[in-house]
Design a protein around this ligand. Structure first.
Ligand code: NDP
Length: 284
């Protein structure tokens, strides 16, 4: 039976550290980081994510504003709003909640956010920086995975890491981060031939595809570390990951549950990025 990686606990520890540092900075500099979240339209899932982001930002002592814009807003109007936030010295982190309505080009929006305020880490300049090993604001979910590995003292150097999924927000950045930590990384996707054979050679498996219970125990090497990024809702309304926890946990040495594994780390890393952006902008 594996050790369970408790993301809820690690995220709480991280938020407590951020809260302590924020209080110290407030004392020293007289100001706290500001995270401003922009939401377009009324997607209930997005609204719920935005509420959580604000709640946790306030909890650690940040200032946090939410700008709610109607679904009908034009791309030009949204870009103008972002430019205003870019120019506002009181705003340290800008996050535009995705997805956006289809008449707005997401890449154009991401590219308009000032690089130093891009706390989601999606700007092409940050992505490029990450791939050449610069100190950037890293995308929150993969950065959260690295925090989990570090917290549990899981060795990455020299290990075979297999990433399943090649999205820009999880698969590709986690591959870059594991490579930076000296793992030997293989990225797999929907066209990978004989994926079970590739997966079963992994010491570290990161699964981010959005397919419930895709990775089963027979694809896991004895003692491997299994990180499940997937968030899927069953017909009964239950949250399940991309990993079949029951069978995979019989083989893995460490495994993340869903919920309570990678999920809670994402917002914690958003707060960490906002604090980092604030310190850099304020020369602290
Ligand atoms: P995307 O839909 O953007 O990408 C999915 C990737 O999985 C693609 O690269 C696709 O391959 C690959 N894939 C799909 N089916 C298979 C298959 N049968 N075999 C191998 N590869 C496959 O997903 P995201 O990265 O955005 O999200 C993945 C999961 O992680 C989702 O469940 C999402 O909800 C969750 N998630 C969780 C977060 C958290 O905070 N915990 C944050 C972000 C995502 P191809 O490129 O060939 O199409």
């Amino acid at each position: 039976m594996s050790n369970i990686i408790d993301g809820k606990h690690v995220a709480k520890v991280l938020r407590e550290n951020i809260k302590t540092e924020t209080a110290e900075l407030l004392e020293k500099a007289g100001k706290a980081p500001n995270l401003t979240v922009v939401i377009v339209g009324e997607n209930p899932a997005s609204q719920s994510y935005v509420r959580s982001k604000k709640k946790f930002a306030i909890e650690v002592g940040f200032e946090s504003d939410t700008i709610e814009l109607p679904e009908s807003i034009t791309e030009a109007q949204l870009l103008a709003q972002i430019e205003k936030l870019n120019a506002d010295p009181n705003v340290n982190g800008i996050l535009v909640q995705l997805p956006l309505p289809t008449h707005i080009n997401e890449q154009t929006v991401i590219r308009t956010i000032a690089v130093e305020k891009d706390v989601d880490g999606f700007h092409p300049e940050q992505v490029g920086g990450l791939s050449i090993g610069l100190d950037t604001l890293e995308p929150c979910t993969p950065a959260g995975i690295i925090e989990l590995l570090k917290y549990y003292n899981i060795e990455t150097s020299g290990k075979n890491a297999v990433v399943i999924g090649r999205s820009n927000i999880v698969g590709k950045p986690i591959a870059s981060m594991l490579l930076k930590l000296n793992a030997t990384v293989t990225i797999t996707h929907s066209r990978t031939a004989n994926l079970p054979a590739v997966a079963s050679g992994a010491d570290i498996l990161v699964v981010a595809i959005g397919k419930p219970h895709f990775l089963t125990g027979d694809m896991v090497k004895d003692g491997a570390v299994v990180i499940d990024v997937g968030i899927n809702r069953t017909k009964e309304g239950k949250l399940v990951g991309d990993v079949d926890f029951e069978s995979a946990s019989k083989k893995a040495s460490y495994i993340t549950p869903v919920p309570g594994g990678v999920g809670p780390m994402t917002i914690a890393m958003l707060l960490a990025n906002t604090l980092k952006a604030f310190k850099k902008q304020s020369n602290l």
